[in-house]
Design a binder for this molecule. Structure first.
Ligand SMILES: [Zn+2]
Length: 71
């Protein structure tokens, strides 16, 4: 059975002898894990989302204060 290495797409044989399957080599396995880690690290875009959400919430009391002030 042949599979394509997810990293470099080279065709390799899926065998018990290949400790790095489905990768062709340890290097490709590390690259893929690195890409995975990089994706994990890209999630910290989320705190920015939370920040902007909190900003919106923080603005609400001001708006209410204004309404109360002008009423
Ligand atoms: Zn590879």
């Amino acid at each position: 059975m042949n599979v394509n290495c997810p990293t470099c797409k080279i065709e390799i044989q899926w065998s018990k002898e290949n400790a790095y399957r489905p990768f062709c080599s340890h290097r490709c396995q590390l690259i893929d894990l690195g890409a995975w880690a990089a994706e994990e690290h890209s999630i910290p875009g989320e705190p920015a989302f939370h920040e902007s959400r909190y900003d919106e919430e923080a603005m609400l009391p001001c708006k209410l204060d204004e309404e109360v002030f002008y009423s």
